[in-house]
Each structure stands twice: as C-alpha cells, then as structure tokens.
Design a protein. Structure first.
Length: 299
C-alpha cells in the first residue's frame, strides 16, 4: 500500500515534503501523483488543505493525516469519507513558531511599536508612554496545542495571561478585562463569526486584537467599524475571510491593521515529517493513532 501526498503545495514546498517524508519513511511508497500510485493502492493520504473532493476516489483509505493544524476545510468537504480516521498536525515546532508570532504581536502592542511604525511613515518623532509587560492582561482564546504554548510563552514574558476555552464561562468577561485578545480557537460552528460587533463592543476601549486562527471567525466589516471607532486600537491579522487577502481590501491600507499572509506558524517539513511518520508507523503496526480529530466537536 502507499502514501498519497495531496494538497495545495507550491513546487519547492512539494519537493521538500516528498524528500522529508521519504527520508522519514524509507520503507513506504510516497508520491503526489495519484495515477502513478493507483487510487486502489493508497491507504494513507497526507493532505495539505486539499480542495474538496480530492480524496473521493480512494476506496482503501485507512488514515488521513493533515499537514495543517486546523482541519476546518477538510471537515467542510462533504465527500470526505466519514469512517476514515483523520489526524491533525500537532508539532511542537509549530507551537513554538506560533508562540513567537504571538509574543511579537503582543510585545509590539505593549511597547507601541506599531504606533511608531505609523509615526515613521508620517515623519513624526514622538515618544509614547512605556508600559511594562505586567501592566497588560492578555486573553488567549483556545488553550489547545497552540494556544497553550502561546499562553505559556506570554506568561513567561511577564504578561498577565487569562486563558479561555470552549465552555469556560462568559467570553465577554474575559474580553472586557483584557488589553490584548489573542485568538487561537479552532473554526467550528460555534466559533464562526464569533468576533462580531457585540464582541468588539465588549472589549476594553483601545484593546489589541490578534487573530492567528481563522478568518471566518471574524465579521470583517464589524472589525473595521471597531477599528474606525477606536474600540479596537490595533489588529494583527494572519487570517482572512478570503485568502489571499484581495487587492484593495480595506485591511491592506488601514493604519491600525498589520497584515500577515497566513504565515504565523507554518508547518515545517523538517520536524513535521517525523510526526507524519510516527502516525503511519502506528497504523502499520496496529497501534493507536495520535492527534485524531473528533468530527462531532470539529477539531
Ligand atoms: C494553518 O493555518 C494550519 O491550520 O496549520
């Protein structure tokens, strides 16, 4: 049986993944060309956010291993076989990268570095008040593999961190008592459009908003209104309703928005190939698979 690598990967990325996966699993046949493998021979699909329908014809699948941490797009594929175990990517290296991005964003908000960037563009020399880390309360929404690491890193840096997870009491209370809100919740039916006008209105005036999760969790028009009114002081956005962020979108040029191209924490083949290999070997040996998605819960 063989391993099918499938998804939206640029040629150099595809080459890197094939090389690392073949190194990590020398005993396996691994290819991205389904016609070379033959659909009936594929029992493992290693998927990088594939377009819906790509796994439809694989009748002998035993494992779908995502290279992405978030599996919302996969779960949105009505053709995805329901009886095949689906594993998401859990790689400590990715959690570290996410913690670095969150730390950069929170630190920049704390010390006014985004404001200094605006001042530079305007040719303005003006010193802003210098806040200490322990004067900021940071909400980390989502305390899974990524959010948990982010919360640890921020508290090690001296911030007052309050975590919030699904079912963890009223979100409004957390929003209203935080200077920065960092979103790392998975996209599910419950979190879709979570950040709407009411939620932004519940935030502290001038709070920072850092979205490192999914664009569909934010009502973009409501965020723009909250930025324009100053309710949200600055937003750092890695994810958007439509990606790539369309040319001319208001976020591109908004003075209070920092845009990242969905790059807060990339899956790194150098470490993640070993994560995939461990699960493929578990399947071959009949051992329990790791990081399985609970489809009812949605992550
Ligand atoms: C990136 O967004 C991922 O889900 O890995």
């Amino acid at each position: 049986m063989s391993v099918y690598l499938c998804g939206e990967l640029e040629p150099p990325e595809l080459e890197a993944w094939l090389r690392r996966l073949r190194e990590a699993l020398p005993e396996e046949t691994i290819d991205h060309d389904l016609s070379r493998l033959g659909p009936a021979m594929v029992d493992v699909a290693v998927v990088a956010n594939p377009a819906p329908g790509r796994l439809r014809d694989l009748g002998n699948l035993q494992l779908i291993q995502s290279l992405w941490a978030g599996v919302d797009r996969l779960l949105g594929d009505a053709t995805l076989p329901l009886d095949v175990p689906l594993a998401r990517m859990v790689d400590p290296a990715m959690a570290d990268a996410m913690a670095e991005t969150a730390l950069w964003a929170v630190l920049s908000l704390q010390r006014g570095f985004f404001a200094y960037q605006r001042q530079q563009q305007a040719g303005r020399w003006q010193v802003l008040p210098q806040r200490r880390a322990d004067e900021l309360t940071v909400a980390v929404l989502g305390l899974g593999e990524l959010g948990g690491r982010v919360a640890q890193r921020l508290s090690a840096q001296g911030y007052r961190v309050q975590g919030w997870r699904r079912g963890g009491g009223p979100l409004e209370t957390v929003l209203g008592s935080s200077d920065v809100v960092v979103n790392l919740l998975p996209l599910t039916g419950e979190t879709s459009a979570l950040f709407n006008a009411a939620r932004f209105a519940a935030m502290k005036p001038g709070a920072g908003f850092v979205n490192l999760a999914r664009g569909a969790q934010v009502v973009e028009a409501d965020l723009l209104a909250a930025l324009d009114s100053g309710r949200v002081g600055h937003a750092v956005l890695d994810v958007f309703q439509t990606e790539p962020l369309p040319a001319g979108h208001a976020f591109w040029s908004h003075p209070s928005v920092t845009v990242l191209p969905h790059a807060a924490a990339l899956t790194d083949p150098r470490s993640a190939a070993a994560v995939v290999a461990a699960n493929v070997r578990a399947l071959r040996d009949g051992r329990p698979l790791a990081h399985l998605v609970d489809r009812g819960r949605g992550y």
